[in-house]
Design a protein around this ligand. Structure first.
Ligand SMILES: [Ca+2]
Ligand SMILES: [Ca+2]
Length: 375
């Protein structure tokens, strides 16, 4: 009898354990993916990287990263362990080109779709394409080309991706002028644009020109792109003056190559004739090499709330641009981490408000760093 009671209790305990652990797994609200985290304010998560280009916080609570030479990897941000990596076939890295922008599908946890931009060779011609892969069984499979034959060069390949979820969801991609300043003002060229797609690669019916991917024109080399406050913000490298942040709108001309930064008297005639939209921020008489951006809206680092975080290659620091209430202008800028990790290429933010930066110095010495606090 005593023995039977013992077994009944053991069975009950087993059922409870299974029930509790299942209910925990089934209800993401009850899980905190960032519990038991290292307590460091600033922590180098990973070393030995080679020109990381894109970092993003995935829906699977890992950091997904591209490196320009062609590698995609998935990193456990708590331990720094690379839990998956692969090389994308056909990537040709020349100068600033190679494997560049990346974004996950809104349904990534179900369909595994990952969108990537990379350069490739078509005969002797250097080109860029947007492709979709499926992450399944720890591999990237089923390459689907959404758009290819985009002009490319050793410099100015844009390539940042953002998906805005909706009905339907749309994908935005930046392209650079591919070192040909004639292209950004030609609506028929894919270069020097923000392009807009449906997620199957087709042209949305409400793009400015029927059958044309172009959403905005007159861009030089936009290497930062983020959706926040119901706006699309793009950062852009200026020539030797006037890096820009633009609020991207349908069919608008952002001026390059006729206009740098705000419309000066010498540029005003072109601005008036083409209704050029001035940037919401520009770097003035020098360039910072404004690069990857993300939006910060968390209490973890209170002073950064409602800001655009922007990396700088040349000035080797993070710019924090505080937005005004409706996001139409920048109320003030602070800078952080000068020369801490050299040139900075990209930034992403975790749901818990931790900020991640990647450097762009080469020699297999690039790093992924985490900022959990400024204290
Ligand atoms: Ca402009
Ligand atoms: Ca100007």
């Amino acid at each position: 009898m005593r023995n039977l009671l013992y077994w009944r209790l053991l069975l009950l305990a087993g059922i409870c354990t299974v029930f509790i652990s299942c209910s925990k797994d089934d209800d993401p609200e009850e899980e905190n993916p960032e519990e038991n985290w290292p307590s460091d304010s600033i922590r180098v998560v990973k070393t030995g990287l080679q020109f990381p280009w894109e970092i993003l916080w995935g829906k699977d609570d890992h950091i997904w990263m591209t490196e320009r030479g062609g590698k995609v990897s998935k990193v456990d941000p708590r331990t720094g362990e690379t839990v998956f990596s692969t090389s994308i076939p056909g990537v040709v890295s020349r100068g600033e080109g190679g494997l560049l922008g990346m974004v996950q599908d809104p349904g990534f946890m179900q369909n595994g779709f990952l969108y990537l931009v990379h350069n490739y060779l078509e005969g002797d011609a250097y080109r860029e394409k947007l492709v979709r892969y499926r992450f399944a069984n720890n591999a990237l499979v089923e390459e689907l080309i959404l758009l290819d034959e985009i002009p490319a060069a050793n410099v100015h390949n844009g390539s940042r991706l953002v998906i805005v979820e909706g009905n339907p969801s749309v994908l935005y991609m930046t392209t650079g002028d591919a070192a040909n300043t004639a292209l950004p003002q030609q609506s028929g060229s894919l270069a020097g644009k923000v392009l807009r797609f449906l997620l199957d690669g087709s042209v949305p019916g409400d793009n400015p020109v029927a059958g044309n991917y172009y959403w905005s024109m007159g861009h030089r080399n936009p290497q930062g792109l983020v959706w926040a406050k119901n706006r699309l913000y793009a950062s852009e490298h200026g020539p030797n003056i006037e890096d820009e942040i633009n609020s991207i709108e349908k069919g608008v001309n952002y001026g390059w190559p006729s206009v740098n930064g705000p419309c000066d008297p010498a540029e005003q005639a072109f601005c008036d004739a083409n209704q050029v939209r001035e940037p919401i921020w520009s770097s003035g008489s020098s360039t910072f090499a404004a690069c990857g951006m993300d939006y910060y809206d968390h209490d973890r680092i209170p002073g950064w709330k409602n800001s655009l975080l922007m990396t700088s290659l040349k000035n080797s620091r993070l710019y924090v641009h505080a937005l005004n209430g409706d996001g139409s202008s920048i109320a003030g800028t602070t800078t952080h981490f000068l020369n801490s990790w050299g040139r900075l290429r990209d930034v992403c933010v975790s749901p818990g408000g931790r900020v991640y930066l990647c450097s762009s110095n080469g020699n297999n010495q690039d790093v992924l760093v985490e900022i959990s606090s400024l204290e």
